[in-house]
Write a protein that binds this ligand. Structure first.
Ligand code: URA
Length: 268
């Protein structure tokens, strides 16, 4: 490649968020023969996962022969064994089965106060969160703070986390494998933080935690039942993500309506 084309390719990669040279040659990290770092479970001979295996615990059992199923089961067992948030955080610090950990600067676990009446869950940390180690501290986080203020809440009066606690390179959307590996941890984090109300910020959080299939613009403002693995049910609200509102300020009116819905519920 001549220098002119090489420079143009680099510029384009940088614009689309490619920040790391992971390998000399391209590799398909979505392929089934991908091997995570060894984990303390009995070795299971690799088999091909069913093309349309269901999500969640039943799906993980069906995929038990695949690397992905093993990771999900190991994550679920580890997360379920955490008796408190401090332990859960330390388990995540030593969890090597999500590839995002290798490219992120640090774990972004939570901010605010566990035990608050409301818990907000976003998608994944961005560059500022990755640098500082707390969720929602960049521009989207500053907007979230203003949104909270508008209904009389401070950050210290709510609890905030993400479905995925490591920044995906270039802020790309986490893959299904990455999300599934992290899912047991955020589910346990919700149980241990014990909020009355769960607010899913954005499509990814609402899809993963509430099983929302329609777009977030349809699901927002709607109450859902979030079922914890320990049998409890929480009221859950889907809302537009603050990062989306920064790109689409015209949608702030909808967010305001949803904040009022939340405030009314908290006033009860
Ligand atoms: N977006 C998210 O979903 N989470 C963060 O922590 C920051 C931005």
């Amino acid at each position: 490649m001549d220098p002119h084309h090489a420079a143009a390719a680099l510029r384009w990669w940088s614009e689309v968020g490619v920040e790391f040279a992971v390998d000399e040659t391209p590799r398909n990290h979505f392929a089934d023969d991908w091997r995570p770092a060894p984990f303390a479970t009995e070795p299971v001979p690799p088999q091909k996962a069913p093309a349309e295996a269901p999500m969640g615990a039943a799906g993980a059992r069906e995929r038990v022969g695949s690397e992905r199923g093993r990771v999900e089961i190991a994550a679920r067992d580890l997360a379920a064994s955490a008796p408190d948030l401090v332990t859960l955080r330390s388990y995540l610090e030593s969890f090597e089965q999500c590839g995002l950990k290798r490219t992120a600067t640090q774990l972004v676990f939570a901010d605010g106060a566990p035990g608050s009446r409301v818990m907000f869950v976003g998608e994944a940390p961005g560059a500022d969160e990755d640098r500082i180690g707390r969720p929602f501290v960049g521009r989207a986080g500053q907007l979230l703070d203003r949104m909270l203020k508008s209904i009389g809440l401070e950050r210290g009066q709510v609890y905030i986390a993400n479905v995925v606690p490591w920044r995906p390179p270039g802020n790309r959307t986490p893959t299904l494998q990455e999300t599934q590996a992290c899912l047991p941890f955020i589910k346990r984090q919700i149980e241990l933080a014990d909020p009355e109300i769960l607010v899913c910020l954005g499509a990814s959080s609402a899809q993963t935690l509430l099983g929302v299939r329609e777009g977030i613009t349809r699901a927002r403002g709607t109450w859902f039942a979030y079922r914890c693995d320990d049998g409890r049910t929480l009221r859950a609200l889907a809302m537009l993500h603050p990062a989306y509102l920064l790109r689409q300020p015209g949608q702030k009116r909808q967010a305001w309506t949803d904040l009022r819905t939340l405030a009314r519920e908290l006033a009860v």
